[in-house]
Design a binder for this molecule. Structure first.
Ligand code: IYR
Length: 221
């Protein structure tokens, strides 16, 4: 190995679970659906903490970990988020979205009403850290979009493993989230993820069920 002598390396011997464990993980992940019908039943904070810990274990550019996960349970804050999101979404459906975008969304049956933002017991808001101009020398981040995308994927996977329903919600623009949640100037809202148990009568659109076959997405050479 060619790293300089002054770099400390430590042994790395992670668990090596069987193929069966991986297949079981795939089986769990394949059950994930974007859910908009949440049960208002509470979810214990410990479970949310475990899911966030999975996300926070993600790799990131130069290990800068350019993320903050704001976990909102407070009904008043959830209400503020819902109202602000619905303002943006109304604008989206009434004028910002192109006709072809709306046609692509039609099979999902979505609209500007976002009741789930108050019903779901938790809203996990993922913030990406941008370079901090106030922080002389030390505020750099690298590949923060990619890093936060990976962390968010791991968050969704862990939630699914816990049996929690999630929605990858991106009311656009999302600037209101930094304001409502009083985040520092270098944090940008990346994704708003309602999290909770699915409602007993939870239904999901049939249209989004079909995933591409492995042969369509993977190339082996
Ligand atoms: N943000 C809107 C619209 C929307 C956009 C995409 I791309 C989706 O996959 C689903 C919805 C909304 O949440 O309704």
């Amino acid at each position: 190995m060619s790293s300089p002598d002054f770099v400390l390396h430590v042994p790395y011997q992670p668990d090596r679970p069987a193929l069966e464990v991986t297949r079981e993980f795939v089986r769990v992940l394949e059950q994930r659906r974007s859910v908009r019908d949440f049960s208002p039943a509470p979810v214990e904070r410990e479970l949310i903490e475990a899911v966030v810990a999975a996300a926070a274990s993600a790799p990131s550019g130069a290990n800068k970990q350019p993320w903050t996960f704001v976990c909102v349970q407070d009904p008043e804050i959830k209400r503020k988020i819902r109202l602000a999101a619905e303002v943006e979404e109304r604008e989206f459906y009434e004028s910002r979205a192109t006709e072809s975008w709306k046609a692509d969304l039609a099979p999902l049956g979505t609209d500007e009403h976002k009741e789930f933002l108050e019903v779901a017991p938790w809203l996990v808001v993922v913030f990406r850290h941008a370079k901090d101009p106030e922080h002389r020398g030390g505020g750099a981040v690298y590949y923060s979009e990619e890093s936060v995308g990976i962390a968010t994927g791991m968050l969704l996977a862990a939630a699914q493993l816990a049996g929690l329903a999630t929605l990858t919600h991106t009311p656009s623009p999302m600037g209101f989230l930094a304001k409502v949640l009083e985040r520092p100037a270098n944090e940008r809202a990346y994704m708003l993820i309602p999290m909770g148990w699915p409602a007993d009568e939870c239904r999901v659109p049939a249209a989004a069920l079909v995933k591409k076959q492995l042969g369509e997405v993977a190339v082996f050479r």
